[in-house]
Design a protein around this ligand. Structure first.
Ligand SMILES: C[S@@+](CC[C@H](N)C(=O)[O-])C[C@H]1O[C@@H](n2cnc3c(N)ncnc32)[C@H](O)[C@@H]1O
Length: 269
């Protein structure tokens, strides 16, 4: 059984309910299993877009992978979906925990951690699917990985502290991303790392406009992504670097989403 714990009720929050509805669906489950664990041949990227593959691996290797982690490091992957980045954090030696709102995603991630694989059907065209197996990445100690259901807006108080907190493509799905960023100040140990990566595709369905970190004007001035993060994270976090990182998400054989996330790395003072 997944180590899912009850989360505090969040019934009043329509934005969280919208995220829950989207990410509990089986079509999103198969899309994300392919995104996280699919091989190049299974994804079959359109010509010229292959460098968007392996986003979940690169978002770890190009950030945390360039820093030295202490022995016995603890890592947290918030909004982990089906867990690939969590496995990649364990590959770097950390005891890694993945947390996601979707129990459907957490169940699949937990099955991969326990059994090394999970079966699913990748959508090709309408109702036509291909049976696939998502396999735990080779060379990772699966006992270093754990998954639990949880709400980023209301993380359990006894989670403890971490040497790394990573959060990929989550901020623009939260009802109050600044509130989550403020919480990371307690989660990341002094000297530890915070990694944010997001295309910042703001949608009022998930994040009320008043809570967007960027993508709007305040007092006539455009708020840019990085400045929006900086305003919330400083002075407790020191910015290390930020860069663009591409990803390719396959909806079906003839439809892909191409994104360029902004990745940023921060050191807790
Ligand atoms: C766009 S997906 C990105 C998932 C993964 N990190 C990736 O990059 O593939 C957003 C994820 O955030 C999760 N999510 C949405 N709202 C959440 C919340 N309030 N707390 C935790 N996870 C949430 C969704 O279930 C989904 O797995």
């Amino acid at each position: 059984m997944p180590r899912s714990r009850p989360t505090s009720p969040d019934t009043s929050n329509a934005a969280t309910a919208a995220a829950r509805e989207t990410y509990e669906s089986l079509s999103f489950l198969s899309q994300y299993l392919l995104f996280h664990y699919g091989t190049r041949a299974e994804i079959a990227p359109p010509k010229g877009l292959g460098h968007g593959l392996d986003y979940m691996v690169r978002v770890v290797t190009e950030t945390v992978g360039r820093e030295r982690l202490p022995k016995g490091a603890r890592a947290l992957d918030v909004g982990c979906a089906v867990g690939r980045a969590t496995f990649e954090l364990a590959r770097l030696g950390a005891d890694a925990t993945g947390i996601d709102l979707s129990r459907t995603f957490i169940r699949a991630a937990d099955t991969i951690a326990r059994r090394g694989r999970v079966a699913y059907n990748a959508v090709e065209d309408g109702e036509v699917t291909t049976p696939r197996i998502a396999k735990a990445p080779a060379g990772v100690d699966r006992s270093k990985v754990s998954f639990e259901a949880g709400n980023a807006m209301d993380l359990r108080a006894d989670l403890g502290t971490f040497d790394v907190v990573i959060c990929a493509n989550l901020l623009d799905r939260l009802p109050d991303p600044a509130k989550f960023l403020r919480r990371t100040k307690q989660l990341v140990k002094p000297g530890g790392l915070l990694v944010l990566s997001s295309p910042h595709s703001w949608l009022a369905r998930y994040t009320p406009r008043a809570k967007w970190l960027s993508g709007k004007k305040v007092a006539g001035k455009v708020v840019r992504v990085y400045d929006g993060q900086r305003r919330v994270l400083e002075p407790e976090f020191r910015p290390l670097r930020h860069f663009d990182i591409e990803f390719l998400l396959r909806d079906h054989a003839r439809h892909f989403q191409w994104g360029v996330a902004l990745a940023s790395v921060w050191r807790r003072r």
